[in-house]
Write a protein that binds this ligand. Structure first.
Ligand SMILES: [Zn+2]
Length: 398
């Protein structure tokens, strides 16, 4: 597009706003995203006008790489969401004091990092969306009170120091805590009697992504079988949207799930990207407009699945995102799509090729489903640590 009046910048756009985007991406390149440098400097054959205020193919590739890195929709176009992410990316935790300002929310990577830390420690800061809203402030206050700091809700040097102390002290015990919790959950059989739809992506003639000797449609079917085994073992009915050889449309898959009267749907995919170092796991739920078109349970489950997988596998966290894709929109039950790793990434691919690694992902998925049915009491905990452990730790060290 060439018109920047609609607030979108894309291939062919020109003007001061394009120069601004280029300058900001170049600054990120010299800081924490060095791979952007090569993309921005790459020679392009379409650049008749080499002026830096023209949105050329090099800039488009850099924008795509940035969007991939941030878990945004990768379309190479700079709209409100992408620009907000570019603007917020320059902040890392500790660069500025963070505080909830109603009507003018602070926004940035530092806020997302803060939310991740609070969630990991068991203080529910909500989705790590990089906006310092009231939920994040409440979580900060709870953390400060638990740690014996003045609970003013703002994040300055003292609160950051508390995070650092805590991280060094408790990280060793997390695996034990995790195993304990799993035993409890397995005994609970919270899911028993429910119906879960497993939707392995692609299938038949459509094999999806393929790289590093892996084929997406086969890999996600294998993953589905591993999840199925665990679900049926605790009394859950499993319905598949496809066989090894069929490839229904997204609409047909949604119809199968609806007809089954299922409680949940999990859509399984792996990703691939021509930016070589794209890696990690992302989850998606139905969400277009928070007031009218939003699945709160889908969001919660997407968040649980993401956090469990990241905690257990160490795959890069590409966050969870609301989307209005057909399958997510047309299903009547909470639905979550998982993009588990990049087949195009050598390390992701090597790990996904290992059956034991796929078992770990299946475990993570199962625990997140069980956690979903534990209800609101569980929203303050994660797969690695729970609030009770934090309190015990604080009591022992005060
Ligand atoms: Zn796919």
């Amino acid at each position: 597009m060439s018109d920047s009046k609609n607030g979108l910048l894309g291939l062919g756009s020109r003007g001061a706003a394009v120069l601004d985007v280029r300058t900001r991406l170049a600054a990120l390149a010299s800081d924490d995203l060095p791979e952007l440098r090569g993309l921005l400097d790459a020679p392009v054959d379409d650049a008749v006008d080499k002026s830096p205020d023209v949105f050329d193919r090099a800039l488009e590739r850099a924008v795509r790489a940035f969007q991939q890195h941030k878990g945004l929709i990768v379309d190479g176009v700079v709209g409100v969401e992408t620009f907000g992410a570019i603007d917020g990316a320059r902040w890392s935790l500790g660069d500025r004091i963070l505080v909830h300002t109603p009507g003018h929310l602070q926004r940035g990577e530092d806020v997302a990092a803060l939310q991740e830390r609070l969630n990991t420690l068991g203080f529910a800061a909500g989705r790590a969306d990089g906006r310092f809203g009231p939920e994040t402030e409440r979580a900060v206050r709870s953390f400060q009170r638990a740690y014996g700091l003045p609970g003013d809700g703002s994040v300055g040097p003292e609160t950051l120091r508390a995070f650092e102390d805590l991280r060094r002290s408790v990280s060793g015990g997390s695996a034990t805590v995790l195993r304990e919790r799993e035993r409890v959950r397995r005994a609970g059989h919270n899911l028993s009697g429910r119906t879960v739809v497993l939707d392995p992506g692609h299938g038949g003639a459509d094999s999806g992504a393929a790289a590093n000797a892996l084929v997406e449609s086969d890999l996600v079917m294998d993953l589905a079988r591993r999840i199925e085994g665990r679900l049926t073992a605790i009394g859950v009915s499993v319905v598949y949207t496809r066989t090894q050889h069929s490839s229904p449309t997204e609409e047909e898959r949604a119809a199968i799930a609806n007809a089954a009267g299922a409680d949940l749907l999990l859509s399984l995919h792996c990703d691939s990207h021509d930016v070589a170092d794209a890696s990690g796991v992302a989850t998606f739920f139905f969400g277009r407009d928070r007031r009218t078109s939003w699945s709160a349970i889908g969001e919660h489950l997407a968040d649980l699945v993401l956090r469990e997988i990241v905690a257990r596998t160490g795959l890069a966290n590409c966050r969870s995102h609301g989307r209005s894709w057909a399958l997510l929109q047309q299903t009547t039950m909470p639905a979550v799509r998982i993009e588990a790793g990049y087949l195009s990434h050598p390390v992701d691919a090597e790990r996904l090729a290992d059956p034991a690694f796929r078992d770990t992902i299946a475990e993570a998925v199962l625990v997140s489903l069980q956690r979903l049915y534990l209800g609101d009491d569980d929203t303050a905990t994660t797969g690695v640590l729970q609030l009770g452990d934090l309190r015990a730790y604080l009591a022992a060290h005060s």
